[in-house]
Design a protein around this ligand. Structure first.
Ligand SMILES: O=C(O)CCC(=O)C(=O)O
Ligand SMILES: [Fe+2]
Length: 231
Protein backbone atom coordinates (compact mmCIF):
# COMPACT_ATOMS: atom_id res chain seq x y z
CA UNK A 1 0.00 0.00 0.00
CA UNK A 2 1.47 3.32 -1.06
CA UNK A 3 -0.96 5.61 0.68
CA UNK A 4 1.55 6.67 3.34
CA UNK A 5 4.24 7.58 0.83
CA UNK A 6 1.92 9.55 -1.40
CA UNK A 7 2.30 13.20 -2.23
CA UNK A 8 -1.03 14.58 -1.07
CA UNK A 9 -0.51 18.11 -2.39
CA UNK A 10 -1.91 17.32 -5.86
CA UNK A 11 -4.90 15.51 -4.37
CA UNK A 12 -5.69 18.38 -2.00
CA UNK A 13 -5.38 20.88 -4.86
CA UNK A 14 -7.74 18.83 -7.02
CA UNK A 15 -10.24 18.52 -4.15
CA UNK A 16 -10.24 22.30 -3.72
CA UNK A 17 -10.58 22.98 -7.45
CA UNK A 18 -13.00 20.22 -8.46
CA UNK A 19 -14.45 18.55 -5.39
CA UNK A 20 -12.80 15.24 -6.32
CA UNK A 21 -9.32 13.77 -6.75
CA UNK A 22 -8.11 10.56 -8.36
CA UNK A 23 -5.26 8.71 -6.63
CA UNK A 24 -3.85 6.36 -9.24
CA UNK A 25 -2.65 2.85 -8.45
CA UNK A 26 -2.98 2.81 -4.67
CA UNK A 27 -3.70 -0.93 -4.38
CA UNK A 28 -1.93 -3.70 -6.28
CA UNK A 29 -4.02 -6.15 -8.28
CA UNK A 30 -3.73 -9.03 -5.79
CA UNK A 31 -5.04 -6.84 -2.99
CA UNK A 32 -7.99 -5.81 -5.16
CA UNK A 33 -8.72 -9.49 -5.79
CA UNK A 34 -8.63 -10.38 -2.11
CA UNK A 35 -10.91 -7.46 -1.18
CA UNK A 36 -13.35 -8.57 -3.90
CA UNK A 37 -13.28 -12.12 -2.51
CA UNK A 38 -14.53 -10.84 0.88
CA UNK A 39 -17.90 -10.27 -0.79
CA UNK A 40 -18.69 -13.97 -0.48
CA UNK A 41 -17.63 -14.27 3.18
CA UNK A 42 -20.80 -13.33 5.10
CA UNK A 43 -19.05 -13.10 8.48
CA UNK A 44 -17.61 -9.66 7.56
CA UNK A 45 -20.92 -7.90 7.04
CA UNK A 46 -23.74 -6.44 9.14
CA UNK A 47 -26.24 -5.77 6.35
CA UNK A 48 -26.92 -6.56 2.68
CA UNK A 49 -28.88 -4.11 0.54
CA UNK A 50 -30.56 -5.17 -2.71
CA UNK A 51 -30.63 -1.83 -4.48
CA UNK A 52 -33.71 -2.33 -6.66
CA UNK A 53 -35.84 -2.94 -3.55
CA UNK A 54 -35.26 0.63 -2.41
CA UNK A 55 -35.17 2.45 -5.74
CA UNK A 56 -31.41 2.97 -5.31
CA UNK A 57 -30.53 1.41 -8.66
CA UNK A 58 -29.70 -2.17 -9.58
CA UNK A 59 -27.06 -4.22 -7.83
CA UNK A 60 -26.21 -5.19 -4.30
CA UNK A 61 -24.02 -3.91 -1.52
CA UNK A 62 -22.91 -5.07 1.90
CA UNK A 63 -21.90 -2.96 4.89
CA UNK A 64 -18.92 -4.26 6.82
CA UNK A 65 -19.23 -4.73 10.54
CA UNK A 66 -16.56 -3.91 13.12
CA UNK A 67 -13.81 -4.91 13.39
CA UNK A 68 -13.05 -3.95 9.78
CA UNK A 69 -10.59 -6.11 7.82
CA UNK A 70 -7.12 -4.66 8.47
CA UNK A 71 -6.42 -3.21 4.98
CA UNK A 72 -9.75 -1.35 5.03
CA UNK A 73 -9.17 -0.05 8.55
CA UNK A 74 -5.68 1.14 7.54
CA UNK A 75 -6.94 2.88 4.38
CA UNK A 76 -9.79 4.56 6.25
CA UNK A 77 -7.44 5.96 8.90
CA UNK A 78 -4.69 7.04 6.50
CA UNK A 79 -6.99 8.76 4.02
CA UNK A 80 -8.91 10.53 6.80
CA UNK A 81 -5.71 11.93 8.29
CA UNK A 82 -4.49 13.17 4.90
CA UNK A 83 -7.71 14.98 3.99
CA UNK A 84 -8.93 16.24 7.38
CA UNK A 85 -7.12 19.57 6.65
CA UNK A 86 -9.22 19.95 3.48
CA UNK A 87 -12.42 19.25 5.44
CA UNK A 88 -11.41 21.89 8.01
CA UNK A 89 -10.53 24.45 5.37
CA UNK A 90 -13.91 23.91 3.66
CA UNK A 91 -15.78 24.21 6.96
CA UNK A 92 -14.01 27.46 7.68
CA UNK A 93 -14.61 28.94 4.19
CA UNK A 94 -18.31 28.09 4.53
CA UNK A 95 -18.40 29.33 8.15
CA UNK A 96 -19.93 26.06 9.37
CA UNK A 97 -18.43 26.27 12.84
CA UNK A 98 -17.26 22.65 12.60
CA UNK A 99 -13.79 21.35 13.46
CA UNK A 100 -12.74 17.87 12.36
CA UNK A 101 -10.22 16.08 14.61
CA UNK A 102 -6.82 15.37 13.07
CA UNK A 103 -7.16 11.59 13.56
CA UNK A 104 -10.00 9.33 12.49
CA UNK A 105 -10.39 7.86 16.00
CA UNK A 106 -11.18 11.36 17.29
CA UNK A 107 -13.83 11.80 14.61
CA UNK A 108 -15.38 8.41 15.41
CA UNK A 109 -15.66 9.53 19.05
CA UNK A 110 -17.85 12.39 17.81
CA UNK A 111 -19.97 9.93 15.80
CA UNK A 112 -20.36 7.75 18.90
CA UNK A 113 -21.46 10.72 21.03
CA UNK A 114 -24.23 11.19 18.44
CA UNK A 115 -25.23 7.49 18.61
CA UNK A 116 -23.67 6.82 15.20
CA UNK A 117 -21.84 3.59 16.01
CA UNK A 118 -22.30 1.26 13.06
CA UNK A 119 -19.62 0.75 10.42
CA UNK A 120 -20.27 2.29 6.99
CA UNK A 121 -17.49 0.93 4.71
CA UNK A 122 -19.14 -1.23 2.08
CA UNK A 123 -18.52 -3.52 -0.86
CA UNK A 124 -20.68 -2.96 -3.94
CA UNK A 125 -21.29 -5.38 -6.77
CA UNK A 126 -22.99 -4.62 -10.07
CA UNK A 127 -23.69 -7.08 -12.90
CA UNK A 128 -25.08 -6.42 -16.38
CA UNK A 129 -27.83 -3.78 -16.13
CA UNK A 130 -26.50 -2.66 -12.75
CA UNK A 131 -26.33 1.02 -11.86
CA UNK A 132 -26.32 3.29 -8.81
CA UNK A 133 -28.74 6.24 -8.83
CA UNK A 134 -27.32 9.66 -7.95
CA UNK A 135 -27.17 10.02 -4.17
CA UNK A 136 -25.35 11.27 -1.07
CA UNK A 137 -24.16 9.01 1.76
CA UNK A 138 -25.34 10.70 4.97
CA UNK A 139 -26.21 8.59 8.01
CA UNK A 140 -26.92 11.06 10.80
CA UNK A 141 -26.12 14.61 11.84
CA UNK A 142 -22.38 13.95 12.13
CA UNK A 143 -20.75 13.59 8.75
CA UNK A 144 -17.40 14.00 7.05
CA UNK A 145 -17.55 16.08 3.85
CA UNK A 146 -15.40 13.72 1.76
CA UNK A 147 -15.40 9.99 1.03
CA UNK A 148 -13.46 7.46 -1.04
CA UNK A 149 -14.19 4.68 -3.50
CA UNK A 150 -11.59 2.01 -4.25
CA UNK A 151 -11.98 0.51 -7.73
CA UNK A 152 -11.60 -3.26 -7.50
CA UNK A 153 -12.42 -4.23 -11.13
CA UNK A 154 -10.72 -3.26 -14.38
CA UNK A 155 -12.88 -1.29 -16.84
CA UNK A 156 -12.82 -2.62 -20.39
CA UNK A 157 -11.70 -6.02 -19.10
CA UNK A 158 -13.88 -7.08 -16.15
CA UNK A 159 -16.81 -4.86 -17.16
CA UNK A 160 -18.05 -2.38 -19.76
CA UNK A 161 -20.12 0.74 -19.03
CA UNK A 162 -20.43 1.47 -15.31
CA UNK A 163 -18.77 4.90 -15.35
CA UNK A 164 -18.54 6.83 -12.09
CA UNK A 165 -20.72 9.95 -12.34
CA UNK A 166 -20.45 13.09 -10.20
CA UNK A 167 -22.77 16.05 -10.41
CA UNK A 168 -22.33 19.45 -8.87
CA UNK A 169 -24.95 22.09 -8.46
CA UNK A 170 -24.12 25.66 -7.61
CA UNK A 171 -26.85 27.99 -6.30
CA UNK A 172 -29.21 29.09 -9.11
CA UNK A 173 -27.30 27.03 -11.70
CA UNK A 174 -28.02 23.85 -13.64
CA UNK A 175 -26.16 20.67 -12.67
CA UNK A 176 -22.77 19.90 -14.16
CA UNK A 177 -21.74 16.25 -14.59
CA UNK A 178 -18.28 14.67 -14.57
CA UNK A 179 -17.77 11.09 -15.76
CA UNK A 180 -14.75 9.11 -14.58
CA UNK A 181 -13.45 5.65 -15.44
CA UNK A 182 -10.84 4.86 -12.79
CA UNK A 183 -8.70 1.77 -13.23
CA UNK A 184 -8.45 -1.21 -10.90
CA UNK A 185 -6.47 -0.18 -7.81
CA UNK A 186 -7.25 3.53 -8.15
CA UNK A 187 -8.87 5.45 -5.30
CA UNK A 188 -11.27 8.28 -6.00
CA UNK A 189 -11.88 10.93 -3.34
CA UNK A 190 -14.96 13.08 -3.69
CA UNK A 191 -17.35 15.42 -1.89
CA UNK A 192 -20.09 13.73 0.12
CA UNK A 193 -22.52 16.60 0.48
CA UNK A 194 -21.28 20.06 -0.53
CA UNK A 195 -18.07 22.02 -0.98
CA UNK A 196 -17.11 25.69 -1.17
CA UNK A 197 -16.78 27.39 -4.53
CA UNK A 198 -15.59 30.96 -4.88
CA UNK A 199 -18.23 33.23 -6.38
CA UNK A 200 -18.64 36.95 -6.77
CA UNK A 201 -19.78 37.33 -3.16
CA UNK A 202 -17.44 34.99 -1.28
CA UNK A 203 -17.77 31.24 -1.10
CA UNK A 204 -21.00 29.45 -2.00
CA UNK A 205 -22.07 25.88 -1.28
CA UNK A 206 -21.90 23.60 -4.30
CA UNK A 207 -23.96 20.45 -3.75
CA UNK A 208 -22.49 17.24 -5.12
CA UNK A 209 -24.02 13.81 -5.76
CA UNK A 210 -22.46 10.63 -7.10
CA UNK A 211 -23.67 7.50 -8.86
CA UNK A 212 -22.76 4.86 -11.41
CA UNK A 213 -24.02 4.62 -15.01
CA UNK A 214 -25.36 1.29 -16.30
CA UNK A 215 -22.95 -1.64 -16.48
CA UNK A 216 -23.37 -3.11 -19.97
CA UNK A 217 -21.58 -6.40 -19.34
CA UNK A 218 -19.31 -8.14 -16.85
CA UNK A 219 -19.16 -7.42 -13.14
CA UNK A 220 -17.97 -4.30 -11.36
CA UNK A 221 -16.88 -4.29 -7.70
CA UNK A 222 -16.01 -1.26 -5.59
CA UNK A 223 -15.11 -0.65 -1.98
CA UNK A 224 -16.75 2.44 -0.53
CA UNK A 225 -15.03 4.14 2.40
CA UNK A 226 -17.25 6.55 4.29
CA UNK A 227 -15.67 8.19 7.32
CA UNK A 228 -18.72 8.78 9.52
CA UNK A 229 -20.50 5.89 11.18
CA UNK A 230 -24.25 5.26 10.91
CA UNK A 231 -27.04 5.42 13.49
O1 LIG B 1 -19.70 1.83 -7.10
C1 LIG B 1 -19.35 3.01 -7.11
O2 LIG B 1 -18.47 3.44 -7.85
C2 LIG B 1 -20.06 3.99 -6.20
C3 LIG B 1 -20.05 3.51 -4.78
C4 LIG B 1 -20.76 4.42 -3.83
O3 LIG B 1 -21.79 4.98 -4.09
C5 LIG B 1 -20.16 4.63 -2.51
O4 LIG B 1 -19.15 3.98 -2.18
O5 LIG B 1 -20.67 5.46 -1.77
FE1 LIG C 1 -22.35 6.30 -2.45
Amino acid sequence: MRIDQMNWDDARESLDANGFALLPQVLPQDECQSLKALYDEPGHFRKTVVMERHGYGQGEYKYFQYPLPEPIQALRRAIYKAIAPVANEWASLLKLGIHYPAEHTGFLDECHRNEQCRATPLLLKYGPGGYNAMHQDLYGDVYFPLQAVVFLSEPGVDYFGGEFVLTEQAPRAQSKATVLVPKQGDVLLFTTQFRPKKGTRGYARVTMKHGVSTVHSGSRYTLGIIFHDAK
